[in-house]
Ligand binder design. Sequence first.
Ligand code: DAH
Length: 358
Amino acid sequence: MQELDQLEQEWLAAIAGAADLDSLDKVRVAVLGKKGAITERLKSLGQLPAEQRRSAGAALNVLKDTLTAAIADRQNALHVRALDARLAEERVDVTLPVRPMTGGRLHPVSQVTDELVAIFADMGFTVADGPDIESDWNNFTALNIPPDHPARQMHDTFYLPPDANGERKVLRTHTSPVQIRTMMAGPPPYRVIIPGRTYRSDSDMTHTPMFHQVEGLVIDRDIHMGHLKGCLLEFARAFFEVDTLKLRFRPSHFPFTEPSAEVDVGCSRRGGELKIGEGDDWLEILGCGMVHPKVLENCGVDPTQYQGFAFGMGIDRIAMLKYGIPDLRSFFDGDLRWIRHYGFVPLDLPTLSGGLAR
Ligand code: DAH
């Protein structure tokens, strides 16, 4: 007994003196481990005469509990101490000024998308989106492009294998199906822009199988072509940052609009250099029109009560024009040298008041 009291004092001192979790564990193994001092003593109880075995066993078990509890306490204390040390070491001063970003750059497609959202949000538009994999109905039929319509050939569609019902989904060939989704989701009025990925089986200097479009849709009781022209003029002047930019609306045809138009911006190509906003030349940037009554009907919107306009344009294309990027395929090569040259500093958020791009 005397001996156990002394051992208890020694072991408690060793536990209290363990400076870190590793040394504490060594003490634990030495005392309570498979070959530890207490374990060995418990094993040798069998050799004692029966009358001593009982009391010696009880005393050993009490000591074992005391030591186990002391080790757990010490472990907790060391954990807290380790955490405190780490918190002190990893402390950050959030009031320090931001260090200049030297690494990452925003892709021109992300930049131009942010610019478009900033411009149209200022005119009261909200952003809508939809999935890349679309039903044939949303991508074509509801947009007044029935199964045998020639416009389907022009879209170079990627079809998915037929599902259990024989339906073939498509990779959306334009963002226009989100017009359908928007109108089906709730009653008019609508004023949305829809940036997103689109797909066509096509590849050259100005076409890639995946590209980006932005779609606009405005439907209300008294919307007319004047609103369409005003809205697009305001957009184009803000986007190209030329207050005197001229627009030209040329008659065109899209199955989902009537009348339809293509829009050109004024430019010059003098000396082989494209300059937007000066000169007497024209450059096409988008398609638009008044939403066809059949499209409204297909979405359960009454065309005798509601009307409006839609437009669609290629984000990559207007990014190339605005920032003078020659080859569309380079957008998706993942070349770091390219993104360092053409990319944007992420902290410069485009706003109309602060400037779109710096
Ligand atoms: N969806 C057309 C395309 O991909 C672009 C377009 C033209 C969208 C006219 C429209 C529109 O909403 O009114 O070629």
